[in-house]
Design a protein around this ligand. Structure first.
Ligand code: SAM
Length: 245
């Protein structure tokens, strides 16, 4: 199963948002940090690309924040895009949906150099470093000079011992938040086994924060900076250099 097929699975995505609350309680905070920063720089972004938009969680927050924004919601899985369209149906005139693998971005008829920002959350860790740098280069092409890439995503710790400790904390948190009748999260061992199986099915390959920042720089973004980081999640902001006079 690929990272796209996993999110085309109707049974799996029925529980997607509830599962994100259990597994990633920082998701709302991370979106808020990214949007606060974007708003501080650009009061009213008009064109935003949501890369790997999933069920529309970030797009919904963008629409709450920026009344006139137009968002292109892009995801490889049609079934989760349908969920996003359902969630966002009252804002239909602000949205365009693209069902496509983001590794083929440069072949899509997206408006070249027209985006004020690209936002992505919990999506790019599915790519290898080489694939990711190519996607970032393609996004650089799609951004206006001075535009932003805001990426909220998973990271791994460069120290295996620290990573092990962080994974223990992660499992502990999931056990505390999960519903008592959720068999997937009934014990520490069961939770670890479930997470390992899920991550392997989706081809997760998070980088450490320095590797991640380096990829954004390699793709041509500058400056590149961490806005927020906790354990195994981070929000990165990267800017497309503005044109020089
Ligand atoms: C964990 S979900 C995150 C969704 C949403 N951004 C959020 O914060 O809830 C990852 C999403 O990325 C999409 N995805 C993964 N790999 C992709 C690829 N190569 N091309 C396009 N979409 C992809 C999946 O279909 C899924 O909807």
């Amino acid at each position: 199963m690929s990272s796209i097929e996993a999110y085309d699975d109707r049974e799996r995505i029925k529980k997607y948002d509830a599962d994100m609350e259990v597994m990633h309680p920082n998701r709302g905070k991370m979106a808020e940090v990214a949007l606060d920063f974007l708003a501080a720089f650009k009061e009213a972004p008009s064109q935003v690309l949501d890369l790997g938009c999933g069920s529309g969680f970030v797009a919904e927050r963008l629409l709450d924040r920026f009344a006139n924004v137009q968002i292109n919601c892009l995801d490889g899985a049609q079934n989760i895009l349908d969920l996003a369209a359902m969630r966002l149906k009252s804002h239909a005139d602000h949205l365009t949906y693209t069902c496509s693998d983001f590794r083929t971005l440069n072949t899509l008829p997206l408006k070249e150099k027209s985006f004020d920002a690209v936002m992505s959350s919990y999506a790019l860790h599915h790519l290898s470093a080489d694939e990711k740098v190519q996607v970032l280069r393609d996004c650089l092409d799609l951004l206006k000079p001075g535009g932003f890439f805001l990426n909220a995503d998973l990271i791994k710790n460069p120290s295996p011992a620290f990573e092990c400790c962080i994974q223990d904390l992660r499992v502990k948190g999931i056990l505390q938040r999960a519903a008592p009748d959720d068999d997937r999260f009934a014990s520490k061992e069961g939770t670890q086994a479930y997470l390992t199986k899920m991550e392997s099915a989706e081809g997760d390959q998070p980088l450490d924060i320095e590797e991640d920042l380096a990829l954004f720089r390699r793709a041509g973004f500058f400056p590149v900076s961490v806005l927020w980081l906790e354990y195994r999640e981070a929000v990165i902001c990267a800017q497309k250099p503005a044109l020089q006079d």
